[in-house]
Design a protein around this ligand. Sequence first.
Ligand SMILES: [Zn+2]
Ligand SMILES: [Zn+2]
Length: 175
Amino acid sequence: MIIDISTIKDTKGASFEVELEGPPEPMEVAGVPLKPMTPVHVVAKATSTGHKTILIQGKAKARFKAECHRCLKEFVLDVETGFEEQYHKGSARPQAVSEHEEDEILTYIGDFVDISKEVNSHLALALPIQLVCSAECKGLCSVCGKNLNEGECGCSVDEGDIRLAPLRQLYEKQA
Ligand SMILES: [Zn+2]
Ligand SMILES: [Zn+2]
C-alpha cells in the first residue's frame, strides 16, 4: 500500500485523498489464524505538514473467515480501524534502531509513502480478544456435542457444578 506524494510533498498544507488496497499480513486471535477473504481496503488523506513530513489519516478495513471459539462454526469477521501516522523524509539507509519503540520514526523514501506495515498493525490491534460468531453464541452441548444455536438437544446438562455434589448430598440428607 504505497501512496505517491509527489504532488504535495513540497507544498505545506497541500493534501489529497486516496483509496488503495493491499494484502493483509497473517493475523491470529488466541493462536487461531484468520483466513483473509478480501484485501485490506484503505481510504486515507495525505497532507504535507511542512518540514518534509507527510501526515496520513485514514480508515482501514478487511474481512476474514474465522472459526467460532464456542460453536466451531466458520463466520465472517469484519475488522475496521482508524489510523493516523506521520512520515518523515528519510534516506535509503536503514534507520538506527531506537531504544524505545514509541520513539520510532517512520520514514518515506523519494515520492512514496509505504503504509502497509502500519495499516496492518493497526488492524491487528482492532482484532477481538476472542473469536465468537456472536455474543449470544450458545456453543456446543458438553454431553452430545450438538450446536445449541440450532436448538436444544434434550441432554440433562443441569447437573450443577460437580465439585458441589457432596455439599448437595449433605443438604438432601438434612432435608
Ligand atoms: Zn458460535
Ligand atoms: Zn446434548
